[in-house]
Design a protein around this ligand. Structure first.
Ligand code: MD6
Ligand code: FE
Length: 219
């Protein structure tokens, strides 16, 4: 039987097309591929000003995923909790501007998924290495759940978990490859999701790393 983790089936790297994760969530396969150079330049520009760092969780753990932000608002986790701030707590400086290529891609992908007029003001940039994982969580620190989230995957493939509105709901598993874009919102906006521990499957361009950025309207 074909598995949805089949690396050489319809979900294989480089394929295009849509995979519906829910009524208002969709994976746009390969949607970011034409923009990869501009996106990676954008990531470099952002991390030069606001380097990747491993944040602490309110529960006292260190995140295995390294994080930074761009845009007017940036997401932070520390012993006091999760929140959006205008300044990078590490430097005291405003988060770097969101690269134009991020905004353009996010707006086009959002429209493609049925969310026209997306006006993002925040972007979390995540860096995964082998064994990095992201446990099931909801994205609920944004003010307006009416706006979707657009998530771009570059580098090593990951297995994305997509659950329901309760932590204990069964989660589906979907591979995300270099260039894939996920858009979700509406009735799916608060669904639990996460990323399984990463395998070391080096990518020709990015090596043993996965870069994911999620573009939001936080304020
Ligand atoms: C990731 N993504 O793919 C983690 N959140 O590395 C997320 O946590 C996420 O992809 C909200 C919307 C889309 C996402
Ligand atoms: Fe999330």
């Amino acid at each position: 039987m074909a598995s949805n983790l089949d690396l050489f089936g319809d979900d294989a790297p480089g394929h295009s097309g849509r995979v519906e994760l829910g009524p208002q969530s969709v994976v746009l396969r390969g949607y970011a591929l034409p923009q990869v150079n501009a996106l990676l330049s954008g990531v470099d520009a952002v991390t030069e000003v606001a380097p990747f760092r491993h944040m602490e969780t309110p529960g006292g753990y260190t995140m295995s995923v390294a994080l930074t932000n761009c845009g007017r608002l940036g997401w932070t986790s520390d012993a006091r909790g999760y929140r959006y701030t205008r300044e990078d707590p590490m430097t005291g400086q405003p988060w770097p501007d969101m690269p134009a290529a991020f905004v353009q891609l996010a707006q086009a992908a959002a429209a493609e998924a049925g969310f026209p007029d997306f006006a993002p003001d925040a972007c979390l940039v995540n860096r995964y290495e082998p064994r990095s994982r992201l446990s099931l969580h909801q994205d609920r620190n944004e003010r307006d759940y009416g706006a979707p989230i657009v998530s771009v995957s570059l580098g090593m493939p990951a297995v994305f978990l997509f659950g329901g509105d309760a932590r204990g709901d069964k989660a589906s598993r979907t591979p995300l490859f270099h260039g894939d874009v996920v858009v979700w919102g509406g009735v799916d906006r608060l669904r639990y999701h996460g990323v399984l521990p990463m395998k070391d499957l080096p990518h020709p361009r990015l090596g043993s790393r996965r870069i994911n950025f999620t573009i939001r309207k936080a304020g």
